[in-house]
Design a protein around this ligand. Structure first.
Ligand code: TXA
Ligand code: MG
Length: 329
């Protein structure tokens, strides 16, 4: 099993050294836990793909300590500066033209690279002392539910890596929003995420192109690696785009779990197959609890999970994106 380390200065020094010698480390971020390696070292990054069982056509995000340091790995434009001023550090990943210092394996051979400056205080402390950017996908075996705690990383990849840095539970619980800004006149959202697209549109005072709602394999061309089946529990998951009634859940088989967006008000007797993601339907709470709830249900005895979809706005778009991929066969 991996060693779970607390973020002391001594441990951070040890992990930076380990990373500089091609090591992989599970790290906390404000979105989900990541599996980090030196982004400028092809051999180190290769290990990420092996540990996760991730196909080589699914590129990695490079994490940097501040906006200035992205110039080493990509060519920023005015829009990048504007978005970074407003949203970095935070859950926004920008796609920009890559520089040759970034090994091809990181970008799956593309001439663009994904860059993000994380806000998590522990990740920030780690990366501020690193002499290289950190490539880090979510720290889950390929296509399984993303991890939002050090224990999740341990259960999925603990036998593949040596260290996990503990930074508590992730604040957002959903991955970053990805925006392609190579053409600053035509920005495009490639992945819904923890930063609502409404906030981006407000900051830019314009509409931004969004990913199509239906999940088609050819969406891979838009955001490589954005496969229809992703974030998936082993237990069969079905979605409802209308509210579930507590009565239905109470009358159903005890082998079916019902995942409500908010605590149902009409539950007469508390049954063991009713779960909820928030007290009052707040989207940020639903997002923060989604992956950990799916994991818990997947580890229980249920043979079917029925979950409610979120409203189609703000974080609801990212929540539904993850739910639909998780339910995809
Ligand atoms: O919140 C996050 O973004 C987390 C934390 C650890 O930062 N990371 C994360 O990485 O979600 P991952 O590997 O699970 O998702 C990265 C996705 C790829 O699957 C791909 O869709 C997109 O980022 N991506 C990376 N490089 C790209 C590029 N050059 N062009 C288009 N999409 C890219
Ligand atoms: Mg992922």
């Amino acid at each position: 099993m991996a060693q779970i380390l607390q973020p002391t200065e001594e441990n951070l020094r040890l992990l930076r050294k380990f990373l500089s010698f091609k090591g992989l480390v599970g790290i906390p971020s404000e979105t989900v836990y990541g599996l980090a390696a030196n982004a400028l070292d092809a051999e180190a990054c290769q290990k990420i793909f092996v540990a996760k069982g991730r196909p080589s056509n699914d590129p990695l995000i490079c994490h940097v300590p501040n906006f200035e340091s992205i110039s080493k790995i990509c060519t920023p434009n005015g829009l990048a500066k504007k978005l970074a001023d407003k949203f970095w550090p935070g859950p926004l990943t920008m796609i920009l033209p890559k520089k040759s210092i970034v090994p091809d394996i990181v970008t799956s051979g593309l001439d663009s690279v994904a860059v993000r400056c994380p806000a998590h205080p522990v990740f920030k402390r780690l990366i501020e002392g690193c002499e290289f950017p950190l490539a880090a996908p979510s720290a889950n075996p390929f296509s399984y539910i993303s991890p939002t705690s050090a224990e999740h990383v341990q259960s999925g990849l603990g036998n593949k890596i040596e260290y996990i840095l503990d930074g508590g539970s992730c604040e957002h619980g959903l991955e970053s929003t990805i925006i392609d800004i190579r053409n600053p006149n035509a920005p495009r959202i490639l992945r819904y995420g923890a930063l609502a697209t409404e906030a981006l549109e407000k900051a830019l005072d314009r509409e931004i192109a969004k990913p199509p709602k239906d999940l088609k394999p050819n969406q891979a061309a838009l955001a490589p690696g954005a496969l229809p089946k992703h974030y998936s529990p082993k237990t069969c998951l079905k979605l409802r785009n209308t509210p579930i009634t507590a009565k239905e859940a109470e009358n159903a088989s005890q082998n079916t779990a019902f995942l409500f967006l908010r605590k149902p008000s009409d539950t007469r007797s508390k049954t063991d197959n009713i779960f909820w993601l928030s007290e009052g339907g707040q989207l940020d709470q639903i997002a923060a609890n989604l992956f950990s709830a799916l994991r818990r249900l997947d580890e229980s005895h249920f043979d079917l999970i029925i979950a409610e979809e979120a409203p189609e706005l703000e974080l609801g778009l990212a929540i539904n994106d993850r739910l639909r991929r998780a339910a995809s066969q």
